[in-house]
Design a protein around this ligand. Sequence first.
Ligand code: ATP
Ligand code: MG
Ligand code: MG
Ligand code: MG
Length: 439
Amino acid sequence: MRLSRYFVPILRETPKEAEIVSHRLMLRAGLVQQQSAGIYAWLPLGHRVLQKVCRIVREEQDRAGAIELLMPTIQSADLWRESGRYDDYGKEMLRIKDRHERDMLFGPTNEEMITSIFRSYVKSYKSLPLNLYHLQWKFRDEIRPRFGTMRSREFLMKDAYSFDIDQAGARHSYNRMFVAYLRTFARMGLKAIPMVADTGPIGGNLSHEFIILASTGESEVYCHKDFLDFDVPGAETDFEDVAGLQGIFDRWTSLYAATSEKHDAAAFAAVPEDRRVSARGIEVGHIFYFGTKYSAPMNATVAGPDGVERPVHMGSYGIGPSRLVAALIEAGHDEAGIIWPEAVAPFTVAVLNLKAGDSATDAACGALYTALKAKGVDVLYDDTDERPGAKFAKADLIGIPHQILVGPKGLAEGKVELKRRADGARELVSPSDALARFA
Ligand code: ATP
Ligand code: MG
Ligand code: MG
Ligand code: MG
């Protein structure tokens, strides 16, 4: 992409309405624009990051055996009357009437709809286990939308729903998502810790929130410090291996980690003092086993091997990609701007032309740009006629992990400068060596 033809609306002033650094940087770097309270347009740079986050989420869902589909945003109230949640949900639900005065709503989540899809088609245990997921916009009329896309009213969610014949099967389905989530967040360079979370009125202990420690997080959490150094399961993990996945789950839940709702002060006191972390965190994912809570009232039953019909055991599993974009910035920034991990950066490399109009510099930049594109590297070419200082500042603000600085002085010696955004490390190399660094 040539910056001169791209759309990166940088703000000069720091927006006053933004209270936390990720919100400030998302507005300043031109990632999003607020349309109404808690409702954002994703501008090209932000959209690229969101897409990269979603790609990692998808790859790990698919790896774990979940199957993608796409459900609508608008739902019929009748579905929610079946589960009894239409009245329970309260003001967070955006209720709409269509021209025939039928009650509709903008989906805040999809348990009811997926249960209705399931019951239309699946009749036998032979079709199980099944896990269906989608990435779709949700709407929740949050009392206090704030912190930009961290707590917005319209937000993107990956929500998966598992179906099993019994509790043992559901347990394995839960572990699949548990391990998929560990991998998903680690691939984005985040340390997300699974913490025992509230299951609400259904009880039981099978719910975990995946939390990133951050001072600006809205959750109060308590955990053992060693989790921060735990190894994440590799890509070779066998998701069919029931005992293997249970082993990973057991290890990752062997130490204390709980959200404030489930906090047990006595158990926490048993953690050695220098290993205790009592901090704030951001909920980036939440997994849940809820048995027959929806399948029983909604008659989603399947016949077992004995021919007897029984309500299917379900779980649901959510990740918030639009919240994650903000969380990634909370976890990666400095005074100059955003520091994206390579896996989700909008572009991997920026080529900065430090003297646009100088024929040798233009030619060297053009050659680098073309060669990087040909290799499939996401490259942003700053070919504008701004002065070098402004280009450095912009590249740092938008957080491109690698910058190649190309100017007449270096070129006279056959060199360009490679700069790494994360730590500012620089080195002089030949243009061909610079190229060879990128796959
Ligand atoms: P919170 O406690 O922050 O209100 P939640 O527990 O209500 O979140 P879930 O119903 O568990 O959220 O939804 C799954 C995921 O969707 C969350 O873990 C989070 O990543 C994301 N999410 C939920 N609400 C929002 C929101 N208002 N804005 C952005 N992302 C959200
Ligand atoms: Mg909520
Ligand atoms: Mg929550
Ligand atoms: Mg939650």
